[in-house]
Design a binder for this molecule. Structure first.
Ligand SMILES: NC(=O)c1ccc[n+]([C@@H]2O[C@H](COP(=O)([O-])OP(=O)(O)OC[C@H]3O[C@@H](n4cnc5c(N)ncnc54)[C@H](O)[C@@H]3O)[C@@H](O)[C@H]2O)c1
Length: 434
């Protein structure tokens, strides 16, 4: 039986549910959107139409959306092809909802959870075989309309035709960049991106002790590396220390025993103090930075100095360096190597654990985290030979994919024309179409 998605029931109308429902409605899909109360569902629809930015671009497309509550209207999912769970990131809540929805949905429908990092096997453990065959993780990024990435994660029992149906809809109709991920904690983007952030906070603590300002740290971790302008502290301000604390706890619970990320699942002392007093980031009016509007209409940016515990005017740092800075024998170089070199090495050790190939890893970081080059593209740009040497000298090992590259006698992970990539088998393979 081949599956086709023409309608979706979105369960949970928060930030992500709104984004998914809006995007589906925009593409003329029939949408049922349920939340804990009718009031919550109505507010969500209002955000879809009038949010900043709205989740729907074409006026009138909201007519594709029917509202309801999880308590009174769940049986209506029987009319929908795709049941998309997007409630809070809590294992017990998601499992309870799966228990309720499974007997109500129609045969041939497909189910997904939008979890950010809870293993799918934990959400579906002990559930009926029909569900195990029909379920995937569809991990969208926020804002759904804008972020290209959607990680698609089947379980070990998911029917290939279900994966195909999701791929066709997510890629073909919704226009997402679909990345094949595996059922491992935090999948691909968040596994590498959260390592970069949590390990980065520790590397940055050393860098501050060596004299780098927070602004310099963020300046190094933006344009020179091909990363978004938020840098390290700025990105965590956007996400919130509360979310990062949750991420760290989930990693501590689910990372493999010998994973390099295990050393960085907790905040350094200064960030922990911020978290404990509720200075979480933009959502709490400021975290590492705050921006206020002055009487004359201009904006003032301040930095919370982690070492003095005081707010001060933010410093403007302009740097004229590239990713090569990570090889410099300087405080800038030591920091850049620590966070970026460490993250690239981490990614190079995670094939095939989180992805069968480097292409899906590079795409996840470009499409989900706004990196201009994915980890392997960046290693190609700075020189894989030089990078491997420095890994041996500073980290004491050769990351797995660098070993594959050296054994194969290859000089880069991608051919110059970008059409082929180096596989785990040491051979060149065609880069699949996006
Ligand atoms: N926000 C992001 O950046 C982001 C990105 C990717 C994935 N996710 C994941 O998407 C899911 C939803 O996240 P979100 O940011 O939209 O959260 P949210 O807090 O904005 O929305 C969650 C929704 O769940 C509903 N809800 C709360 N308690 C419930 C309960 N006990 N039973 C059923 N519904 C309940 C709420 O009313 C709300 O509408 C989570 O699993 C999250 O980890 C979030």
């Amino acid at each position: 039986m081949s599956r086709k998605i023409n309608s979706v029931a979105v369960l949970g109308a928060g930030t992500m549910g709104i984004g998914i429902a809006g995007l589906a409605a925009e593409h003329d899909c029939k949408v049922l959107m349920l939340d804990v109360s009718m009031e919550a569902a109505e507010k969500a629809l209002e955000r879809i139409v009038n949010g900043r930015p709205p989740a729907i671009d074409t006026p009138g497309k909201e007519a594709n959306i029917t509202l309801g509550t999880l308590e009174d209207d769940l049986e209506k999912i029987a009319d929908y092809d795709w049941v998309c769970e997007a409630v809070i990131e809590d294992l017990a809540t998601k499992r309870a909802l799966f228990d309720c929805l499974e007997p109500l949905r129609k045969d041939g429908s497909v189910v997904s959870t939008n979890t950010s990092g809870i293993p799918l096997r934990d959400i579906t453990a002990g559930m009926p075989e029909r569900l195990l065959k029909d379920v995937c993780v569809t991990h969208f990024f926020n804002p759904v309309k804008i972020m290209k990435l959607c990680e698609l994660v089947p379980s070990t029992q998911t029917d290939p035709e279900v994966v195909d149906a999701f791929r066709d809809y997510l890629g073909g109709v919704m226009g997402k960049g679909v990345v094949n991920a595996k059922d491992t904690v935090n999948f691909i983007g968040n596994r590498i991106g959260c390592f970069w952030m949590l390990m980065g906070l520790h590397a940055a603590t050393h860098a501050r002790a060596a004299g780098l300002s927070q602004e310099r740290i963020d300046a190094l971790m933006s344009k020179p590396m091909g990363l978004p302008p938020t840098g390290l502290y700025g990105l965590i301000d956007l996400i919130g220390l509360d979310v990062m604390d949750f991420v760290g706890k989930n990693l501590a619970l689910n990372l493999p025993k010998d994973d390099a990320g295990r050393a960085f699942t907790k905040f350094p002392a200064a960030e922990q103090a911020l978290f404990e007093r509720g200075q979480l980031g933009r959502k709490s009016g400021g975290g590492f930075y705050r921006v206020s509007k002055l009487d004359d209409g201009s904006k003032k940016k301040e930095t919370f100095d982690l070492d003095t515990g005081e707010w001060r005017d933010a410093e403007v740092v302009a740097l004229d360096v590239g990713a090569d800075v990570m090889f410099d024998d300087s405080a800038d170089g030591a920091f850049a190597w620590g966070i970026m070199g460490g993250t690239l090495a981490y990614a190079a050790d995670l094939v095939p654990e989180i992805s069968d190939d480097i292409v899906n890893i590079d795409r996840a970081m470009r499409w989900g985290f706004g990196w201009s080059k994915g980890p392997f593209e960046l290693i190609d740009a700075i020189g894989p030979g030089r990078f491997a040497e420095q890994c041996r000298a500073k980290l004491g090992h050769t990351p797995k994919m660098l070993g594959v590259l050296e054994t194969a006698g290859a000089e880069s992970f991608y051919t110059e024309d970008g059409r082929s990539f180096l596989g785990l088998d040491g051979k060149l393979h065609k880069v699949p179409a996006e």
